[in-house]
Design a protein around this ligand. Structure first.
Ligand SMILES: [Zn+2]
Length: 553
C-alpha cells in the first residue's frame, strides 16, 4: 500500500468540528492512503504519523509537492441535472458567435468533424448574431441542406431548425400552434424555421427525447462527469432524477465498475392522477432506493430522497408570490398544501429527504408549513428548500428552527441575467432577492450549487458571484447587493462541507479530514487571499477523487 503526502500547499480543510457554515481550520500537509485522508496537520507531524503507520509492513511513503498552490475539499454541486447538463455540453456551443456566418461555419465544422452524426444540435445562439432578420431554416439549409439541425436559443425559450429538421418532425402547414407557443410561418402558412416557446418544447424537445437512446443517456452522463471534474467538482446531488437517469447511472456502473465520482439523487415526483397515485410513486421510489442500497451501485450512487417542484420561475411570473407581480398577475403553486401533505408525510415517514423547489415567497411559506408538519410528526430529517429567490425573514427563521437546509445557486443572480427578473417584480422585492446574509445570520444550514444546465456549471464563477454579488458573465456590471456576499471561508464551506451535510454524507466526504474520502481540488489562486476577479481567469489545476487524480489542466 502506498501512502502519499501532499505538501507545500495552502490548505483549506473546511473542518470545524462539524458545524456547517463555520470557517475552516488550516493545515500544512495531508496524507492519503487507500483513497482516504489519513493524516492532516503540520508537515513534520504528518510525515511522522504516515511513516509510523506504514513501518510495520514496509509500505511506501511518497511525497507530492503542490508548488505552494491552494488546496480545498472537492466541490459538491448540491443541485444539478446530470443528463440534461451532459446533453447540453455535447451540443455545438454558439454563445460567442457574433454573426450568422460564424454560426454557420461552426455548425459546418461540427458536421465535418463527425460526418456520420445523424443530426446537429447546437445551443446558446444569440438573436443579435443573426441581425435584423428573423432566423430562418433557409439560412441553415444553405450550409447544411441534408442533416437536421436544432439550435436552442441562449434563453432556452425558442428553437431554430432547418428544413431537414422540420421534415423529420413532420411539421407542415397543417401543424397547429400549441397553447403558449408559435411556429413561425410564411404567407402561405409554411413553417419557416423558428419554434417559439412551447412550440420548441412540444415539437423539437419532445421529438429529440423520443429518439434519445439509453446509450445516448450514458454518453450525456460521461460528458457531464468530465466537465465537472475539470471544474473541481467531486460529488453532485442530482435534483430531479427520473427512471431513465437512474438506468443510465446503473449502466455506467455495470460497464466501468464505478462512477467518476459519487452521486446522490432526489427522484422527481410530479402530481399524478390522484393522491393514491402520488403515494404509489413514493412507494416505488422507496423500493428503488432499497434496491440500489444493496446493489453494485451502492458505493457510488444513492437515492437520498424526493424532489417536489412547488412553483415555476420569477422571469416567467410562474413563481407563487405573496403579492402580485408588477403586471398584476400571480400564479398558483403546482402542488397545493392539501395535495402535497399526505405525500410529503409518506416520504418523511419512509426516511426520504424532501427537497422542495420554492422560488416565490408564498411558495417557501407553504413549503415550511409542510416541513413543520413533518418535523412535528417524527424525528428531524434534513429536508431542504431549493432556490429561495424571494423569501420572507419569518420563513428564514422557521428554516433555522426546523433545521431545514437552504440550497441556493449564486449563478442564478448573476447581474447579467437579472434585468427581467427585477422588472417583473417591479417594486422593493426586486432589491430584496437572494437574501444570503439573512439566511446566514439566522443560522440556517447552507449549501450552494449551480442548477446546471439552467446556469453555467463551473464552480469558480459560481464562487465569484457568492463572494462579490457581481457578474461572472459581464464583470463590468455593477454587483447586485454585495452586502449579501459570503466571505471566502463561508462560501468554500457551503460549497463543500455544506453540500455533504445537506446530502447526509458528511461521514464520507466534504472536508479534508482523516477518515473521509480524499476528494480535493488544487488551484493556482487562493480564494481567501486574492481578489475574487482572479477566480474568473483561473482554471482548476487538478482534481482528485478518492486519492486518484481525475483531472489535470
Ligand atoms: Zn434544478
Amino acid at each position: 500500500m502506498v501512502t502519499t503526502i501532499y505538501r507545500n500547499a495552502t490548505i483549506f480543510t473546511a473542518d470545524d468540528a462539524g458545524t456547517p457554515g463555520a470557517p475552516g481550520a488550516r493545515a500544512e500537509a495531508f496524507a492519503v492512503s487507500a483513497g482516504r485522508f489519513t493524516h492532516v496537520g503540520g508537515l513534520e507531524q504528518v510525515r511522522e504519523q504516515a511513516r509510523a503507520g506504514v513501518a510495520a509492513d514496509g509500505d511506501e511513503v511518497l511525497e507530492v509537492d503542490l508548488g505552494g498552490r491552494f488546496v480545498g475539499p472537492g466541490i459538491i454541486d448540491s443541485h444539478t441535472h446530470l443528463t440534461t447538463f451532459g446533453e447540453a455540453v455535447g451540443k455545438v456551443q454558439l454563445r460567442d458567435c457574433r454573426t450568422l456566418e460564424e454560426i454557420r461555419q461552426r455548425l459546418l465544422a461540427a458536421h465535418r468533424a463527425d460526418p456520420r452524426t445523424p443530426r446537429i444540435l447546437g445551443a446558446g445562439w444569440l438573436f443579435d448574431a443573426v441581425g435584423d432578420e428573423h432566423p430562418t431554416a433557409a439560412m441553415l439549409d444553405e450550409v447544411l441542406p441534408d442533416v437536421p439541425v436544432y439550435l436552442d436559443a441562449n434563453d432556452l425559450h425558442s428553437v431554430w431548425v432547418n428544413t431537414a429538421a422540420l421534415e423529420e418532425m413532420g411539421i407542415d402547414a397543417h401543424s397547429p400552434d400549441p397553447v403558449g407557443g408559435r411556429i413561425a410561418r410564411d404567407a402561405e402558412g409554411r413553417a419557416t424555421g423558428m419554434l417559439y416557446e412551447t412550440a420548441g418544447r412540444q415539437y423539437a424537445r419532445n421529438f429529440l427525447e423520443r429518439i434519445t437512446t439509453p446509450e445516448d443517456q450514458v454518453r450525456f452522463l460521461e460528458l457531464a462527469f468530465a466537465a465537472y471534474l475539470e471544474s473541481g467538482v467531486t460529488t453532485v446531488t442530482d435534483m430531479a432524477m427520473n427512471r431513465a437517469d437512474v438506468a443510465a447511472i446503473r449502466a455506467l456502473v455495470a460497464r466501468d465498475g464505478g462512477l467518476p465520482f459519487p452521486v446522490t439523487a432526489h427522484m422527481i415526483i410530479e402530481p399524478g392522477e390522484d393522491t393514491a397515485a402520488d403515494l404509489a410513486g413514493i412507494e416505488e421510489i422507496v423500493a428503488l432506493q432499497q434496491e440500489i442500497a444493496v446493489g453494485p451501485e451502492a458505493d457510488w450512487f444513492r437515492i437520498a430522497g424526493v424532489k417536489f417542484i412547488m412553483d415555476g420561475v420569477i422571469d416567467a411570473c410562474t413563481a407563487t408570490m405573496r403579492a402580485p407581480y408588477a403586471d398584476g398577475t400571480n400564479c398558483d403553486p403546482i402542488w397545493t398544501a392539501e395535495r402535497l401533505r399526505p405525500v410529503a408525510h409518506a416520504a418523511d415517514e419512509a426516511g426520504l429527504q424532501i427537497a422542495m423547489h420554492a422560488i416565490g415567497d408564498r411558495t417557501s411559506e407553504i413549503a415550511l408549513d409542510l416541513l413543520e408538519d413533518c418535523a412535528m410528526r417524527r424525528h428531524p430529517r434534513r429536508h431542504r428548500v431549493e432556490h429561495l429567490e424571494t423569501v420572507t425573514e419569518e420563513t428564514i427563521g422557521r428554516m433555522a428552527r426546523l433545521g431545514v437546509t437552504a440550497s441556493m445557486q449564486p449563478v442564478h443572480c448573476d447581474p447579467a441575467i437579472m434585468d427581467n427578473w427585477k422588472a417583473v417584480l417591479g417594486d422593493h422585492r426586486s432589491e430584496e432577492g437572494f437574501p444570503w446574509k439573512m439566511v446566514r445570520d439566522a443560522g440556517v444550514a447552507i449549501t450552494l450549487g449551480t442548477d446546471a444546465p439552467t446556469a453555467p456549471h463551473e464552480a469558480l464563477p459560481n464562487l465569484y458571484i457568492a463572494l462579490t454579488g457581481g457578474s461572472a458573465m459581464s464583470p463590468e456590471l455593477p454587483p447586485y447587493h454585495p452586502e449579501r456576499a459570503f466571505t471566502p471561508e463561508e462560501a468554500l464551506t457551503a460549497l463543500t462541507a455544506g453540500g455533504a451535510w445537506a446530502g447526509e454524507m458528511e461521514h464520507l466526504r466534504g472536508r479534508i479530514r482523516p477518515g473521509l474520502e480524499a476528494n480535493f481540488l488544487v488551484l493556482d489562486a487562493d480564494p481567501r487571499r486574492e481578489a475574487p476577479e482572479a477566480l474568473l481567469s483561473t482554471q482548476v489545476h487538478s482534481t482528485y477523487v478518492q486519492g486518484v487524480q481525475r483531472h489535470r489542466r
